[in-house]
Design a protein. Structure first.
Length: 194
């Protein structure tokens, strides 16, 4: 699609596995005046991902990928990405790890959001680990995806304070709210430099 001022919008695919609250916030952002991107495709490895309702609501094409065989799954995804001219991928709670081969073959940029202040707490159960360790701060990070888990170059981070009576549920809710602000901001930063 061409914007009224002549700029071409970037085509984006969002990958999800679950609730899709980040997908929702990115869709809302994409619909704003002057947004530099369109979400053309939602990929999910999980047929029951709640977030798929947002694809339906906003009439975005969705594809459910069976991950029993990762090679077949990734080839299918690459096919859909090409078919829809996708230039950039945003992982938003996608629970599968993309292979080196996939990252190389896609060739475009891939972003991820992680609920910790990377490089601290890569992987799962970040909030529990942060609470157990009695950290004073936590937060979220948007970063580029490379072949090592949660290790690509950091684009933006938001730091938040941990309160005395916090637990992992309270903390995850507070951080998730910040994620919804941080991801569109990071995307804007990336797109300005494209
Ligand atoms: C978020 O906390 C994100 O940082 C992590 O998975 C969660 C996804 O939440 N990677 P949602 O599906 O976007 O609500």
């Amino acid at each position: 699609m061409i914007r009224s001022n002549g700029f071409k919008k970037i085509n984006i695919a969002i990958f999800i596995s679950g609730n899709g609250s980040n997908l929702k916030s990115l869709i809302k952002f994409s619909l704003k005046k002057n947004s530099r991107f369109i979400i053309n495709l939602v990929i999910s490895d999980n047929l029951k991902a709640k977030g798929l309702i947002y694809a339906k609501k906003y009439k975005i094409k969705k594809r459910i990928i069976n991950y029993k065989n990762i090679k077949i799954a990734e080839n299918k995804i690459l096919f859909y990405l090409k078919k829809n001219n996708i230039q950039l991928i945003c992982l938003a709670g996608f629970m599968k790890i993309l292979t080196k081969n996939f990252i190389k073959k896609f060739g475009g940029k891939i972003l991820n959001i992680h609920p910790s202040l990377l490089p601290k707490y890569k992987g799962l159960n970040t909030h529990q680990r942060v609470i157990q360790n009695k950290d004073k701060f936590s937060g979220c990070t948007v970063h580029y995806v490379n072949s090592k888990l949660d290790s690509g170059k950091i684009i933006l981070q938001k730091k938040i304070k941990i309160f005395k009576h916090d637990n992992s549920v309270k903390l995850s809710k507070r951080i998730l709210k910040q994620e919804h602000i941080l991801y569109p901001k990071a995307l804007r930063k990336v797109l300005i430099n494209l």
